[in-house]
Design a protein around this ligand. Structure first.
Ligand code: IDP
Ligand code: MG
Length: 179
């Protein structure tokens, strides 16, 4: 069955919108496969999660926003769930999100130098869903990614990223699979 990954972002948890969002998921007949409140999300994890945005000039406020408080993360499943959940979320920009969608009903536009506070996240393709589920829920993959991001940040002056990553993947996989 198709699965997607979702987040109720810090603004959604702070504003007490958890019940509202979960109600909509259940209302559409999707199955909640996993649900976890994460009280401390690291900057490294958010950098990995938003790997395509990290280089953008507007990214630092997004990192700050996403690590500003507890988030609820989960996996939901059902036919066409990836696209349906994106439709239920609504457009990224609050001014474009249609009433009736989660963002259209609750999102707030960004202030100067702030992230758009749009309550929810959802994977945008099958490939992202697989990657994000592994990143957030498969502990050993998460650990490798965390270490990679941490080392790349710490030792970014030594341009040996490829080498560090390969070494880590090799050493972790051999520990994981050898018996
Ligand atoms: P999505 O959440 O609809 O998939 P993305 O483009 O992947 O949208 O961006 C991830 C998140 O980063 C958005 O949901 C929003 O919170 C924030 N964001 C994206 N673009 C901007 C921007 O131009 N200014 C401020 N925040 C942004
Ligand atoms: Mg996105």
């Amino acid at each position: 069955m198709e699965q997607t990954f979702f987040i109720i972002k810090p603004d959604g948890v702070k504003r007490g919108l958890v019940g509202e969002v979960l109600k909509r998921i259940e209302q559409r007949g999707f199955t909640i496969e996993k649900l976890e409140l994460r009280t401390k999300v690291s900057e490294e994890l958010i950098d990995q999660h938003y790997q395509d945005l990290v280089g953008q000039s507007f990214y630092p406020p997004i990192r700050e926003f996403m690590t500003s408080g507890p988030v609820l993360v989960g996996i939901i499943s059902g036919p066409k769930v990836i696209e349906t959940w994106r439709t239920m979320m609504g457009a990224t920009r609050p001014e474009e999100a249609l009433p009736g969608t989660i963002r259209g009903d609750f999102a707030k536009a960004a202030g100067e130098n702030q992230a758009i506070q749009n309550v929810v996240h959802g994977s945008d393709s099958e490939e992202s869903a697989k990657r994000e589920i592994a990143l957030w829920f498969e502990e050993w993959i998460g650990s490798i990614n965390w270490l990679k991001a941490h080392l790349n940040r710490k030792y970014s002056h030594i341009k040996k990223k490829g080498l560090t990553s390969s070494f880590l993947i090799l050493s972790f996989s051999s520990t994981h699979y050898s018996r």
